[in-house]
Design a protein around this ligand. Structure first.
Ligand code: IDP
Ligand code: MG
Length: 155
């Protein structure tokens, strides 16, 4: 089953939107297999946002991302990477369509509430970056048969 890395950013924490966002992920039928609150430091932000390191907004982005704890999650499901990206909507909250997390709750490019891995390769990298093996849990959900048909789970 595919896994993706999701992070609820300081604006989600401060605006008390954690439950709302986690609720959407759960209600979609995705499974949470790892969840913790952490404080991001300079070193991890340099790595996580390396693709923006030469941008003018980089220092501001780092300051924002370390302004409060964040919630880090590992989320599992069929095509989890793509499904979670769709739930989030595009980067700019003002352009995200209603119905998406960013479309419903964000008016900003920077403060867009949520991070989600953008490819399977990145998901693997990011999960390793933020979670120890023993912080990720393999457990059955009794109603999995209501979320997927058998052939969707067994390939
Ligand atoms: P994504 O989060 O939708 O994958 P990325 O391009 O990977 O978007 O950017 C990572 C994060 O950096 C964004 O979610 C946003 O918080 C911030 N960011 C991206 N572009 C800008 C910008 O132009 N100004 C300010 N912050 C930005
Ligand atoms: Mg990204």
């Amino acid at each position: 089953m595919e896994r993706t890395f999701v992070m609820l950013k300081p604006d989600a924490v401060n605006r008390r939107l954690l439950g709302e966002i986690i609720g959407r992920i759960e209600k979609k039928g995705l499974k949470i297999v790892g969840l913790k609150m952490i404080m991001l430091n300079d070193k991890i932000l340099d790595i996580h946002y390396a693709h923006h390191k030469n941008k003018a907004f980089f220092p501001r982005l780092k300051k924002f991302m370390s302004s409060s704890p964040v919630v880090a999650m590992v989320v599992e499901g069929v095509d989890a990477v793509e499904v979670v990206r769709k739930l989030c909507g595009p980067t700019n909250g003002r352009e995200a369509v209603p119905g998406t997390i960013r479309g419903d709750f964000s008016m900003s490019v920077q403060s867009n509430l949520v991070h989600a891995s953008d490819s399977k390769e990145k998901a693997e990298e990011e999960i390793k970056r933020f979670f120890k093996k023993e912080e990720i849990f393999n457990y059955p959900l009794s109603n999995e048969h209501l979320v997927y048909s058998k052939d969707e789970i067994n390939g």
